[in-house]
Design a protein around this ligand. Structure first.
Ligand SMILES: [Zn+2]
Length: 307
């Protein structure tokens, strides 16, 4: 390999080779800036065609030797999915606790309602019993008066009153009995409501225990995965990093990447990816799904099939 007449290409080559084991994206960015002229000033601007080719070759070699962008994206996606799963578990646990709290409140209301109804029925039955007792007292009093009746007219009047009271007593007796039976029967609803409430409270306590038993481990895993994610994120080349950071904000730290599935479909939203986008992805360009906006990458064994 010849490095041309200028002596600046040679040290740059060694610089790249030595740095290749370090920060991939930084090297790549600096080479790109070098090649495409973003930060080239003074005499460096005068790159000859031969030198450009050498640097381009080095750039490609560096890209191949460094972690492949596809692998980085796949690893990031994997970590995102793990994070989403753990956050999902915490979220679902919280939702379950909320719904079980709501169930307890509903059961408490039901218990209050049926207890109120039972108390009314019980009070009515007691009232009927009192009426029976009152009627008995009246009856006893009239029977006493009957014995002490002085005239026949008075005697007849009391007799007719007693007969009416006895008839009323029979009706009251039936009513009191019916009211007591009704209240006793209804008490089964109170028992059932109490059972339901107890069951929902026990279920809530069980869920709460499990949630708070699991939470420290999940929290620790979230932190650890977050750290691994940071390690992978700094490996992203600049043009990927800019898009990735934006998506990370838009997707609120959720799944912002998607793998190409079944040759040409977005793995997240199933939208068909145009063939030119696929070609760009294969050329290691950052391409997002036009439907769900996630950054796309191809699976490891991907074979590009036209049509
Ligand atoms: Zn999509």
């Amino acid at each position: 390999m010849k490095y041309g007449g200028n002596n600046f290409a040679l040290p740059y080559y060694f610089y790249i080779r030595l740095s290749a084991i370090g920060e991939y994206s930084t090297i790549r960015n600096s080479i790109e800036q070098f090649i495409f002229g973003e930060k080239i000033g003074g005499s460096n601007r005068k790159i000859k065609c031969g030198q450009f080719k050498i640097i381009k070759d080095i750039l490609l070699a560096t890209m191949e030797n460094s972690s492949d962008i596809r692998d980085i994206l796949e690893r990031i996606h994997e970590l995102q999915l793990q994070l989403a799963e753990l956050n999902g578990r915490l979220r679902r646990g919280m939702l379950l606790l909320k719904s079980q709290t709501a169930a307890i409140q509903k059961n408490e209301t039901t218990l209050q309602t049926v207890t109120g109804e039972y108390n009314k029925l019980y009070a009515y039955a007691k009232q009927k019993e009192l009426e029976v007792a009152q009627n008995d007292q009246n009856l006893a009093k009239r029977k006493e008066q009957l014995r002490e009746a002085k005239t026949n007219k008075e005697y007849q009047a009391l007799l007719s009153q007693i007969s009416a009271d006895e008839a009323a007593r029979s009706v009251l007796d039936d009513e009191a009995l019916e009211a007591i039976e009704k209240a006793e029967k209804f008490h089964a609803n109170v028992n059932a409501a109490e059972q339901e409430l107890k069951k929902s409270q026990e279920l809530f306590e069980k869920t709460k225990k499990k949630y708070y038993d699991d939470k420290p481990k999940i929290d620790a895993d979230i932190i650890s995965i977050g750290e691994s994610l940071n390690v992978e994120e700094v490996k992203l080349p600049r043009e990927f990093k800019e898009i990735y950071d934006r998506l990370k904000r838009n997707f609120a730290g959720g799944e912002s990447l998607a793998v190409v599935e079944n040759q040409s479909f977005c793995g997240a939203c199933n939208h068909q990816i145009p063939i030119n986008s696929l070609a760009m992805i294969m050329q290691k360009k950052p391409i997002t799904c036009s439907s769900c906006a996630r950054l796309l990458y191809i699976p490891k064994d991907f074979v590009f099939e036209r049509g």
